[in-house]
Structure formats: C-alpha cells, structure tokens
Design a binder for this molecule. Structure first.
Ligand SMILES: Nc1ncnc2c1ncn2[C@@H]1O[C@H](COP(=O)(O)OP(=O)(O)O)[C@@H](O)[C@H]1O
Ligand SMILES: [Mg+2]
Length: 225
C-alpha cells in the first residue's frame, strides 16, 4: 500500500548541505502499523512530512497505492494531502473558537464536498469517546480529549494512511496511555495503516512493527513484520 524507496532528504544551509535522511526504504501493507523511534532531531518529523506529501524528498520515491504525490501537479497534490492521509501532531492544533464537531470538520473546508461528513464526524467522536463533548470548545477539554478530537479530525476524510508525530508527547501518563490504546483500537478495528514516530519505546511497543531512525538510516527490528 505504502511503498517508500531509498528516500533521501537534505536541507541546504549556509554551512553546506545538511543530510537528514538517506536510503530510507520500507513497505507498509494495508492494516499494518509501524512505529519509528529515534531521538529528537534525528529526522522523524521530516520523514512523516515526506510520507504525507508535505515536503518533497531530495532523492527516492514515495507511493501510496501506486501514486507518487510528488509527481502530481500541485492541485492534485493538495487533494492527495487532504483526502489520502491524515495527520496527528504532538500539538493538537485545534481551532479554539470552533466546537469539537466543527474542528473535526475543518478538513472539509478545502477539497471535495462530502454531505455525509457531519454524520461521520459524530460517529468518529463517539468512537474516540467524546460523544458527550460535541459542543465543547478546545479550551473546555483536557489535553487527552483534545488529542482525541485531533484523531477524529485526521480520520474525517477516511484516509488510507494515518501519520502520527509524537501524538502523546504533550500528555500526562494516563492520557498518553488512553490515546495510545485508542490508536491501537482504531488500527485493529478499522484496519488503518499507521506510521507513528515517537521517542517513547513504551508507545512504540504497542505497534505491530518497530523501527529506529539513527544517522539518517531506518532499521526495522528483527522478528517483526
Ligand atoms: N527546513 C529546515 N531547514 C534546515 N534544517 C531543518 C529544517 N527542518 C528540519 N531541519 C533539521 O533537520 C533535523 C531533523 O528534524 P526533525 O525531522 O524535526 O527531527 P525530529 O522530528 O526527529 O526531532 C534537525 O536537525 C532539524 O534542525
Ligand atoms: Mg519531530
């Protein structure tokens, strides 16, 4: 489903090229979840941005169901980002003035119309355990609840692939465990494909496959897959 071939990424800086990733190669089948571990600064967010059509690699290719988003013209690339992948960030990035339901529906503000989305938003909020908080605003929610809203928002377009960047990084232990359990449940029940990056080996251990990123190279743990 997701095919990543020999991805390289460097940034041009005044001090010369900064090589972040080189030779990252892996495949992810439908319904598989991969956790990528690595210390701060090793390129985890960069990798997710490349997978999510947000940042072109300097080498190699990414394909989701055979489609390389970077080979698409810009309008289709934006559509790909909006409909094929869902992002959950460390910071929930909810809009404070909107209600929970409205926040979940924000991806619909661009891209194709979807008359079933409001009903789906309610179902998703039920699934993440927030059906009693539909009219709340982010300021009236706990950190864990906000992150649950962000997960529902990431799924509103029914993406093939969910990309999670340190999704429990800002949460207390209990909320982090709840959010991790929710991702686990979604992955199993909806057969979601997930790539999650984290510096937490405890979180990574919940996912079917684990890899670590160091020196720009990704190495998958033996015995997985
Ligand atoms: N736009 C950019 N220009 C130059 N360097 C960058 C840019 N974005 C990230 N970096 C550098 O790339 C490295 C990896 O960053 P990042 O992917 O955010 O790491 P992580 O998510 O693992 O903490 C860091 O050293 C960071 O400073
Ligand atoms: Mg990061």
């Amino acid at each position: 489903m997701l095919q990543v071939e020999d991805i390289a990424k460097s940034y041009a800086t005044p001090g010369g090229d900064l090589r972040i990733l080189h030779g990252v190669t892996f495949r992810l089948e439908e319904g598989e979840a991969l956790a990528v571990m690595g210390p701060s600064g090793c390129g985890k967010s960069t990798l997710l941005q490349i997978l999510g059509a947000l940042e072109p690699p300097t080498g190699g290719s990414v394909a989701l169901d055979g489609v390389d988003p970077y080979k698409l013209p810009e309008p289709e690339q934006a559509l790909f980002r909006n409909t094929r992948v869902g992002f959950v960030f460390q910071d929930h990035s909810l809009l404070p003035q909107l209600t929970v339901v409205e926040n979940v529906l924000t991806p619909l503000l661009v891209g194709p119309r979807d008359p079933e989305a409001p009903a789906r938003a309610r179902r998703l909020l039920d699934e993440v355990g927030l059906s009693h908080r539909l009219r709340h605003r982010p300021g009236e929610l706990s950190g864990g609840e906000k992150q649950r809203v962000a997960i529902a928002r990431a799924l509103i377009r029914q993406p093939k692939l969910l990309l999670c960047d340190e999704p429990t990084g800002n949460l207390d232990q209990e909320s982090a465990t709840n959010v991790a359990a929710l991702l686990d449940q979604l992955q199993k029940e909806r057969r979601m494909s997930i790539v999650l990056v984290t510096h937490s080996s405890e979180l990574a251990a919940r996912f079917g496959r684990q890899a670590s990123l160091a020196g720009g190279v990704m190495t998958e743990s033996a015995g997985q897959q």
